[in-house]
Design a binder for this molecule. Sequence first.
Ligand code: PMP
Length: 364
Amino acid sequence: QQDRVFNFAPGPATLPENVLLNAQSELYIWRGSGMSVMEMSHRGKDFLSIIRKAEADLRALLKIPENYAVLFLQGGATSQFAAVPLNLCQVDDTVDYVVTGSWGDKAFKEAQKYCKPKLIWSGKSEKYVNIPAFEGLVQSPDAKYLHICTNETIHGVEFKNYPVPKNPNGVLVADMSSNFCSKPVDVSKFGVIYAGAQKNVGPSGVTIVIIRKDLIGNAQDITPVMFDYKIHAENNSLYNTPPCYGIYMCGLVFEDLLEQGGLEEVEKKNKKKAELLYNAIDESKGFYRCPVEKSVRSLMNVPFTLEKSELEAEFIKEAAKEKMVQLKGHRSVGGMRASIYNAMPLAGVEKLVSFMKDFQARHA
Ligand code: PMP
């Protein structure tokens, strides 16, 4: 595809080229239905086949156990910051948050409106570059859940394994927005997993919730209908009009991930891309620097700075000229960030690395 760029944006993010072309080919008329997916009734048999296949493929990809429900919702991961406490606890209940970056912090702050969240660990004073040792965490014995963000999109910090809630009746809840479907995950370790689609699996507008079924049905009385997992589970995500086209696109991505051999294969590719980029940074003799502790560096979002920070604007400008875009770091942290989700081809990372070496040679 001649005119496409390598898009390193954090989300909305690059999508697989074959998925886009496939969608293009059936955009005008979807498989003999005489209309586009955007025009279909969400209750008609065509759309029902689309959403059911999307769910079945996601279940196959993540090996989601039978006792978990899969919901296709709207409102972004941000609405889950409220939906999780509203559905899992009453106002006086204690819950625990481990905050390893800005997104976990936002989730923690939102929960304060709906229950009694406790910040049991925060990486803020060290500028969010690490993850705590689980043995040292002091968890509340009665916490209804323990919340983590498995991949902090802005800071590039990723959990490589998961803490276990101390309360035997509590559950682990994870915001997986930015590493969803990037590697295999043992879903049974979690009570709730939620993710916005717009990084690894589709366009923005779709929010996926995977929840153990016995946790459904205890929402606080004030819970808006649109936030109530029970309503959406009972209606198979069709209580009201769902984001139909977005769900269709996610379905095409799930199909593509299965065709690639599933998440084990996808993880191998992601590891290879990330290793290439981190090695280039680490071998630059300090010209480039990634602040994140090595053992928890994200396979998805790679933040880095230039020793000569005055060159950062030039770096971003020159990269854009070579069709590598969206490399500017988040406004809260500065520097650069390369988001290399599933759909970023190895060739994109190779091109970035060779540009980085060339840029260094010219400016060292
Ligand atoms: N959590 C994480 C880890 C994110 O990266 C983002 C979006 N960048 C959000 C939550 C918020 O998602 P949304 O914009 O879909 O509400």
